[in-house]
Design a protein around this ligand. Structure first.
Ligand code: ZN
Ligand code: ZN
Length: 244
């Protein structure tokens, strides 16, 4: 009896609130994206650079500074439908955008790229303790934790200083803005460990570099990164996309 009640409720719910495209809002038969928005997702190429995790013509390995982490993997470029979904996910806590659309490729790409890497912990890029907005990096890290069966730790790295929004800074200021903003905690637990560092969007790698440096200076042996998205900019001179 209970089952019938539930499906009736589901049917009523769908009648009153039919599924809509998560990006443009068009009415759909099922959850997810409409065909047009699905085609507007910009996927990072399969043969991406194995260090910065960006497509060959968008590689930023010599983007003015050395990468302090071993390698990075990104699932999407931050443009088109991905940009719309990420903003809904990040600024409005709309987790369906991640769960129903973005998660599958992100989890698969990360698992594939890092098959055999003996991770000890997954660590999200932390928010400042007084920043109580939706924490998308933590959400992504917990999702990866379930997928990879590796423990997510939010107590090993902290943001010790508030910073200005990275996407409002130009390329030169991004590094200065974030410098010294992160500190490792519980150093005895970081000795010799291999860490998967997780963030939502990477741009100039300033944030990932700072976090990797804090972890390695505290004793971590290896730091590899997974980002849901990476800035769309096609070459080093492109300053069009300032999201971090
Ligand atoms: Zn749509
Ligand atoms: Zn590269």
């Amino acid at each position: 009896m209970k089952k019938i009640k539930f499906s009736l409720a589901g049917w009523l719910c769908r009648l009153l609130f039919p599924p809509r495209c998560l990006s443009c809002g068009a009415l759909l038969e099922q959850d997810g994206l409409c065909q047009r928005c699905a085609a507007g997702l910009s996927l990072v190429e399969e043969d991406a650079c194995r260090f910065c995790g960006r497509g060959r013509d968008r590689c930023r390995c010599d983007y003015g500074k050395a990468l302090l982490f071993e390698q990075a993997v990104n699932a999407y470029y931050y443009e088109g439908t991905g940009r719309v979904l990420l903003q809904k996910f990040k600024f409005h806590g709309n987790t369906a955008c991640y769960d129903q659309v973005l998660a599958q490729r992100f989890l698969a790409r990360t698992a594939q790229a890092y098959a055999g890497v003996p991770f000890d912990y997954i660590v999200p890029v932390p928010r400042h303790a007084k920043d109580h907005r939706f924490d998308q990096a933590r959400y992504l890290a917990q999702s990866l934790s379930k997928q990879l069966g590796v423990r997510c730790r939010t107590d090993l790295l902290e943001k010790v200083r508030k910073t200005l929004p990275q996407h409002r800074q130009n390329r030169e200021n991004r590094g200065k803005n974030i410098k010294g903003a992160f500190a490792a905690c519980k150093k005895q637990e970081l000795q010799g460990v291999c860490i998967l560092l997780v963030d939502d969007v990477s741009t100039s790698f300033s944030t990932l570099n700072e976090c990797a440096m804090a972890l390695k200076n505290a004793g971590a042996d290896r730091v590899l990164c997974a980002c849901l998205m990476t800035a769309a900019g096609k070459n080093k001179k492109d300053q069009g996309d300032r999201h971090e």
